[in-house]
Every structure is written in C-alpha cells, then in structure tokens.
Design a protein around this ligand. Structure first.
Ligand code: 5GP
Length: 164
C-alpha cells in the first residue's frame, strides 16, 4: 500500500508553532537558527518568529550535483556559512525531515565543537534516522508530501549550476 503523510500549508502553521513550543518548554534559547535549504527554510522562518530569534542563517545542502547525478552523500553548496561567526552561539538547526539523517548529520558535525551548543529541530523524523533530533513535531515511517514540493515546478529548468 502507498501510505503517505500529507503536510498541507495550513497544517505547517500548526506544526511549526507546536515545534517552537517544544523548544521553548525545554528552555532552549537559541541565538541563531540555521536553516537547511531548501526544505528547511519554511520551518526555520516560522521557528525564528515563534521563538523571537532574529538571527536566521542558511546552509544549502543537496544530494545532487546539478548534472542529474545523485551523490552518495549530501554536499554543502557555496557559500558555506562562516562558522567563526557562531563560536559563542547556541544554534538551532532546522529542517523539514530527518530521513536517513545524513543531511542533518553533515550540518550538525559542521557545527559540533565550533559553536557553544547545537541542537536540531525537524517537523518529521523517521525511525531510521542516524541523527536523533532534540525537537520533533511528528514521527513517521511514511513518505511525506510537503506543500512546497508536492507540485511540479511552474517552469522546467535543466542543467542549473547549483553554486551560481
Ligand atoms: P536525509 O535522508 O538526509 O535525512 O533527508 C534528506 C532530504 O531528503 C530531506 O531534507 C528532504 O528534502 C528529502 N526527503 C527525505 N524524506 C522525504 C520524504 O518523506 N518526503 C519528501 N518530500 N522529501 C523527503
């Protein structure tokens, strides 16, 4: 059977609000929210407002090289944030889903030891994820439809240079 978890634009609002409440109730007060583009920017923006954090940063992680080939491991695209700026900061990494956990592991390892504290917040976490996020809205084993990627792009673009 083809079980799907369906996140609508409307439900995203409630989900991110509840996720923010979990962070706040835990007493974590991040100085910086680091969103993982592209899928993590929606949750990250909502968390930044709900947690009253003005320092919203972004790291772009892709599994693809831009010539249609899939890498075995995710890669950070340029420009990579300057970690020196975060040395004394408490960082909350935000993404849409921890599936294999490889994307979050890349970003968490990038921050680990270089910042004051790093924690992860995701809308969804799957049981196989190698990273166990501190803050999760919902656990699921199903494929998730996200509102931003459930429809095809309105234009078709090929051969993009991803670090352009
Ligand atoms: P990872 O396997 O590194 O934890 O997840 C990498 C990325 O794959 C996620 O940020 C997300 O963009 C995509 N992904 C993983 N699982 C799902 C899913 O169930 N649905 C959708 N739409 N994307 C997913």
């Amino acid at each position: 059977t083809d079980v799907r978890e369906n996140l609508t634009w409307e439900l995203l609002g409630d989900a991110t609000r509840e996720l923010a409440e979990r962070v706040a109730e835990d007493g974590y007060e991040p100085d910086i929210i680091l969103s993982i583009a592209r899928g993590g920017v929606f949750a990250a923006g909502a968390l930044a407002y709900a947690l009253d954090v003005k320092n919203l940063h972004l790291v772009n992680v892709e599994f693809y090289t831009g010539v249609g080939t899939t890498l075995e491991m995710p890669i950070m695209l340029a420009p990579v944030p300057n970690i020196i700026d975060f040395t004394d900061k408490k960082v909350l990494v935000a993404d849409d889903v921890a599936d294999t956990g490889k994307t979050l592991k890349l970003v968490r390892d990038f921050c680990e030891g270089a910042v004051a504290d790093v924690r992860c917040a995701v809308i969804y976490e799957k049981p196989q994820s190698s990273v166990k996020c501190e803050y999760v809205w919902k656990y699921t084993e199903d494929w998730i439809n996200f509102p931003w990627s459930v429809l095809p792009p309105v234009v078709q673009r090929e051969g993009q240079i991803l670090d352009a």
